[in-house]
Design a protein around this ligand. Structure first.
Ligand SMILES: *[C@@H]1O[C@H](CO)[C@@H](O)[C@H](O)[C@H]1NC(C)=O
Ligand SMILES: *[C@@H]1O[C@H](CO)[C@@H](O)[C@H](O)[C@H]1NC(C)=O
Ligand SMILES: *[C@@H]1O[C@H](CO)[C@@H](O)[C@H](O)[C@H]1NC(C)=O
Ligand SMILES: *[C@@H]1O[C@H](CO)[C@@H](O)[C@H](O)[C@H]1NC(C)=O
Ligand SMILES: *[C@@H]1O[C@H](CO)[C@@H](O)[C@H](O)[C@H]1NC(C)=O
Ligand SMILES: *[C@@H]1O[C@H](CO)[C@@H](O)[C@H](O)[C@H]1NC(C)=O
Length: 675
């Protein structure tokens, strides 16, 4: 009642103004008969205020189209319930205004409902699965736009975004545009890379980055890749040549046949039988084989199904065959690969090679550098050499045999059968290794066992122990001599500038400095074929003093550290150096030369290689364990060496040679004292 009383007063107050404005005698009026209201209004929302003149009453016309939405509370026209723009965008209601005298009027109120972003986009399907062949062309559609378009009740424009949740599958699928959700293939597929992926398609009713309320819907698309017949056969074994691992190249197959002999069995090939596979392994198309080239006189056939290579007739010439064998998919002849098959024609080998010695015994010292010789046990002057014989050859010497150590990395065999260390052996002991001689033509092989005694190099330790003040004095003298030589050498180098005659000398000195001792010795050998003389020279030249033991080691090992040199000249050179350094008597050396068959070649090669005038006695004294026992020998050698150096002097007539001489003397003294 209080409210209506207040209302009555205010109406009275407003009346003259209202009457004037409306200029009508309607009895009722509203301040806005076309209001706008946001959807989702709370119930009781005031649409407008009704002013009722005295004696008039107002009511909602029950025949109004949207009567159910409205109610009048006091002077307020209210929305009785929430309105959804998506259902009703306009509400029309009539108010009936009548007085007691029966005068009646109608008032039309048109309420415009305003839209709010109150709806999410909606996909027709939120989960779908596609199977895509691996060879699907780039840019083709994977999922059509209609299937993936989302709708939005607010009729918003939808913005789409596509992502993948499977790592490594990014970039293969894309949508056509931010407003076009059609999924197409952006990058060629590869079954090897991934076989399935899961895409997430987001639909948003506001563009990305918009700060308005944004509703998002998500669709999940599972894509299964199906292998297609994309690759040609691969011959096995093969090696991938690209990072994608989808190109695999095989090496040629290699086989052997006997000259003038037809094998009735399939040929044994390396690295294995002719065999090709379809890399599209889920399809695994059938493959057939054929020879498409190189089959002179049709000597060979290949089994179409198995790839087995057989002979139709004997090979009549020693020339190798280079066959081209093709593997073709039966379902598509354009899917093929070609491989080379080399068939070597060899002399028939009736007998395999064999070692006459079932066991070889060798010795080697602890602490030697790699590529040091293993010597024959009991004959420390002869390098251990293993030899396989072959009855197929008149002299039983098969030039095609090469030697290997089978089960040790501490030793290696040269192609000629010399046994070398491959590492510095740290501790004494007995090592048993297996060695193999293999005929590289027939591939037949023989094996033997080598028992290597690894022993301590006593001389080094004993000399360490015996170091005395006297030794030191001698050493000091030696060093002084060294300095002197260096000065002379320097002088020579300068002198070299001024005259050719001196040049030869200088060069010789120079090479002494730089090159390994073994070469020096060989050089001398060349000059003086007499082995015994040579031997003395070695001793003498060994007195060159500016080479420290360490240098000697490196001089010894450096040439042989070149793996390709193994078994060739430098090795042999080392061998003879060691022998001569050993300080053996001349007779022994002559004995060596008498073993022409085995050792002669080494000596020869020495001569070939050696060029420089340098010899290393240091090596002998330091490294040779027996040197201690043979002090006298060394002295003899030194004396002989003096003679030889006299010869050298005569040959080279150099003043500094005299200097060397002095050094030699010092050197000898040193050697003695060490001993
Ligand atoms: C308004 O809503 C209430 C509750 O929902 C209802 O009881 C009433 O009848 C409604 N009024 C009209 C006029 O529809
Ligand atoms: C795919 O379509 C794009 C744009 O039309 C074009 O640039 C591209 O070359 C097409 N790629 C292929 C493989 O057809
Ligand atoms: C060649 O002859 C050797 C020795 O008789 C035999 O072992 C080998 O199987 C033959 N090779 C072929 C391909 O027949
Ligand atoms: C011959 O073919 C069969 C079947 O593929 C295979 O198992 C066999 O190893 C082949 N033999 C040779 C010598 O290649
Ligand atoms: C095969 O034997 C012949 C004669 O016996 C010989 O001349 C030829 O050098 C040999 N070939 C090989 C590779 O050993
Ligand atoms: C190497 O093989 C031989 C013979 O099979 C065996 O006696 C020896 O113990 C093996 N040596 C090593 C180091 O494995």
């Amino acid at each position: 009642m209080a409210v209506s009383h207040w209302l009555f007063n205010s109406v009275l107050f407003l009346l003259p103004f209202v009457t004037h404005v409306s200029a009508q005698q309607q009895g009722c009026f509203v301040n806005n008969n076309k209001p706008s209201v946001y959807e989702n209004n709370p119930p009781g929302y005031v649409v407008t205020t009704i002013v009722v003149e005295p004696n008039f009453t107002v009511m909602i016309d029950p025949t109004s189209p949207d009567v159910s939405f409205f109610t009048i509370q006091g002077s307020e026209l209210q929305l009785n319930r929430s309105v959804d723009y998506e259902k009703d965008t306009l509400l029309l209601v009539y108010l009936i205004c009548q007085n007691t005298a029966g005068q009646s009027d109608s008032l039309e109120i048109l309420v415009t409902i305003l839209n709010m972003n109150d709806n999410s986009p909606v996909f027709k399907q939120t989960n779908l699965t596609e199977v895509v062949p691996e060879d699907k062309k780039v840019n083709t559609t994977i999922v059509a736009r209609e299937v993936l378009s989302a709708s939005d009740a607010d009729l918003d424009t939808i913005f789409y975004e596509l992502t993948t949740i499977v790592p490594g599958t990014d970039g293969y699928f894309a949508i056509k545009g931010v407003n076009n959700p059609e999924i197409y293939l952006q990058k060629a597929l590869d079954y090897e890379k991934f076989k399935l992926t899961t895409l997430l398609l987001y639909a948003r009713d506001r563009p990305a980055g918009n700060t308005d309320t944004t509703n998002t819907a998500t669709a999940t698309i599972n894509i299964f890749i199906e292998q297609a017949d994309t690759k040609s056969p691969w011959f096995l074994p093969c090696t991938f040549i690209n990072t994608d691992n989808n190109i695999c190249i095989s090496s040629p197959y290699i086989g052997r046949v006997n000259l003038s002999e037809m094998s009735t069995e399939p040929l044994i090939l390396e690295p294995g039988p002719i065999y090709a596979v379809d890399p599209d392994y889920t399809l695994n198309e059938k493959i057939v084989y054929s020879i498409v080239g190189g089959n002179t006189d049709k000597v060979f056939s290949v089994d179409a199904n198995t790839g087995n290579l057989t002979m139709n007739k004997a090979a009549t010439s020693p020339n190798s065959y280079l066959l081209q064998v093709m593997a073709t998919q039966v379902n598509n002849v354009q899917k093929y690969s070609i491989v080379s098959v080399e068939i070597k024609v060899i002399n028939k080998s009736d007998y395999p090679p064999y070692f006459e010695n079932r066991i070889y015994n060798g010795t080697v010292f602890v602490g030697l550098g790699p590529r040091s010789f293993v010597f024959q046990a009991g004959d420390p002057s002869s390098p251990l050499m293993i030899t396989a014989t072959d009855e197929d050859f008149p002299n039983k010497v098969n030039p095609n045999i090469e030697y290997y150590i089978k089960n040790s990395t501490d030793f290696i065999a040269t192609k000629d059968g010399l046994i070398l260390t491959n590492a510095m052996l740290q501790s004494p002991g007995t090592v048993t290794i297996k060695a193999v001689g293999k005929d590289m033509v027939s591939l037949q092989e023989a094996s033997t066992v080598i028992v290597v005694e690894v022993i301590l190099a006593e001389v080094v330790t004993s000399s360490d122990k015996i170091h005395t003040a006297q030794d030191m004095a001698i050493l000091g003298g030696t060093l002084a001599a060294l300095l002197l030589i260096a000065l002379v050498f320097l002088g020579l180098m300068i002198y070299k500038q001024y005259g050719k005659p001196v040049k030869y000398l200088v060069r010789k000195k120079f090479s002494k400095d730089i090159s390994g001792g073994y070469q020096n010795q060989s050089y001398k050998e060349d000059e003086q074929p007499d082995v015994s003389t040579k031997q003395h020279e070695t001793s003498e030249n060994g007195s060159v003093q500016w080479m420290t033991p360490v240098q000697e080691q490196s001089a010894l090992s450096s040439p042989s550290s070149n793996a390709e040199e193994i078994g060739s000249l430098p090795q042999a050179s080392i061998a003879s150096t060691i022998m001569s350094d050993h300080g053996e008597k001349e007779e022994e050396v002559e004995e060596e030369t008498e073993h022409e068959k085995e050792v002669k070649s080494i000596l020869k090669t020495d001569r070939h290689v050696a060029d420089d005038g340098y010899k290393a006695v240091w090596f002998k004294t330091d490294v040779d364990p027996d040197a201690g026992e043979k002090v006298e020998v060394i002295e003899d050698n030194a004396a002989d060496g003096d003679d030889d150096s006299d010869q050298d002097l005569q040959e080279n007539e150099e003043e500094e040679e005299e200097e060397d001489y002095d050094k030699d003397d010092h050197r000898r003294g040193l050697g003695v004292s060490f001993a």
